[in-house]
Design a binder for this molecule. Structure first.
Ligand SMILES: [Zn+2]
Length: 164
């Protein structure tokens, strides 16, 4: 609609400049005929020149304005397309985000699921270590290797919880 307005201005500029040239020629010739003398060529040239200048001015002003309108509308269109693309992207990200959240909430940390690997065990987020017996009453931490009494609940060095 607005773009149409811009293009209408181009058409209007062309029509108006043609009309002003024709009008100046008609008035100029009319004046020349009225004077009925070779001297009549002077007002004819003056009027024709004014008509041509008016045509040029109308064209310059309206075309410039029309170009401005068209450019602005095109810029608006680009902005709208960009916004649309951004919104489309947002709606694409949203389900992925939801899936990620669901995955995270279903993780071992949330459910307290037990995962065991060798001497190490995760109970939810709690890391536990099975102490290795090294001699009578002494164990070695399976995390850091520090030797300590077997009755300890946590490693004195690294602080891991011992599995009993
Ligand atoms: Zn340790």
């Amino acid at each position: 609609m607005y773009k149409q307005t811009g293009e209408d201005l181009f058409t209007l500029a062309n029509v108006l400049s043609v009309v002003s040239v024709i009008l100046s020629l008609v008035i100029g010739i009319g004046t020349w005929v009225l004077i009925g003398d070779i001297m009549g060529v002077i007002p004819f040239i003056v009027i024709a020149a004014i008509g041509c200048f008016a045509a040029w001015a109308i064209n310059a002003i309206l075309s410039g304005f029309g170009a401005l309108v068209v450019t602005n509308i095109e810029m608006l269109d680009v902005a709208k397309e960009t916004l649309k693309a951004l919104n489309a992207q947002k709606t694409e990200i949203a389900p992925v985000q939801a899936a990620t959240n669901a995955q995270e909430s279903g993780s071992a940390e949330q459910t307290g699921e037990v995962q065991e690997t060798g001497d190490l065990r995760y109970e939810g987020a709690n890391l536990q270590a099975r102490p290795k017996t090294v001699s009578d009453g002494m164990v070695a931490c399976s995390m850091c290797g520090a030797q300590q009494k077997e009755n300890r609940a946590v490693c004195f060095k690294c602080g891991v919880t011992f599995i009993k």
